[in-house]
Design a protein around this ligand. Sequence first.
Ligand code: GLY
Ligand code: MN
Length: 471
Amino acid sequence: MTEDTPTAPKTEQHDPAVPEAYAAFMRTGWDDGPSDVSRHPVADLAAARRQRLADAFPGERLVLPGGGYQVRAFDTDYRFRADTAHAYFSGNHTSDATLVVEPDGSAVLYARPRSGRDSDEFFRDRQYGALWAGKRPSAEELATALGVEVRHVDDLASALGNGTKTRVHRQVSAAVDGLVAADEARDTELARVLSEMRLVKDDWEVGELQSAVDATTLGFEDCVREWDRVIEHGERWLEGTFFRRARTMGNDLGYDSIVANGSHATTLHWIENSGAVVPGELILLDMGVENANLYTADITRTLPVNGRFTTLQRDLYTLVLQAQDAALAALRPGAKFLAGHDAAMVVLAHGLDDLGLLPVPVEEALSPDSRVYARWTLHGTSHMLGMDVHDCGHAAPETYRDADLVEGMVLTVEPGLYFQADDLLVPDELRGIGIRIEDDVVVTADGVRNLSSALPRTPEAIEEWMGDLRG
Ligand code: GLY
Ligand code: MN
């Protein structure tokens, strides 16, 4: 039995009783002195971002929830990860907080700081109690780190009730969504602007992305160093090996790793990662570390499992590499976002024509009305990269997909060729082969800089790299 009351912290059916003598004893004798917190480097950047955001919506209040815990099973939750827009404009990574930006650019973070010792939460509450889940920052600590006024989240509802025109970043927190009547058009416009303001990265952000890429490079190296065990245990071993690096050097994975041996590579988002790793076949690894400030890498390499490409594998790999080179050469300020994709598709379509696979002449296949070559290329060559792997996803087409590139944008370049195992229109020897090469680039004054150039791309460099790491 527990002594739960409606206001008591949440306990479980299997928890032992909490007699008053125990509770009273627990409330005494703790050192609650101030902790050593310093201002986070993102604090000044976030303040400037909030001012620009407020300027985009004169006279309006903007509400950006960070979200809360998501149940995985019964009373166990997924590890918390703050919503990207919330984190970008506040710097806050704690759960259950909401940023409110006022028309003049001033802001309050409504947060759930750690409770005092006068409440039993700290030793009884599994989600928020310091002794169960770890010590949350106090309101003062959050305010110092983030340079923003902090109030308790319980005060949010009354703060939103004074009649100021208000927009909410929806579908992050059902509780916050319920506090303000929805206006779909206006709220969608807010989501669009929150994405579009993140399209161009500042120098600090490019440094963060480079750190995520560098950790990812180490994760790929870890994987190849363990190749004997990879072959023994299969795709799962690679997933676990990379995850260890992501947790050691970053916050987490930026997305579920894709570890795809042989024909699994023709499933674009193969995240089951349950198969064998088979000498003689290719293996596609699409993995990215999310760093401590929530910026993620997104890198793909396709490797020959036994360390050497066969002639057919090398020829197909080289075709994808040439497509990637063409895409990289097409990207610069003023070029269309899709210029890289278009350049890559010209190379791949001609390669597919050389293989005798296209049902129509190659120029016809490349026309916007046809695109039949895409049966084997399947996806776009680039997407924006940042705090979300598919960053800025609510941006309008005219600012993203149909727009010109601008210095400071960060995007992936990732052409691929995929021959499904059950594709009757390709020769037997091609069936079940999937190849993708993916790098992360920042647009510079006159082209792009490859943030992931430390990982080999050519067949020769990959073979040498694998040989060196495997010893
Ligand atoms: N790396 C996964 C994707 O871009 O969809
Ligand atoms: Mn990608």
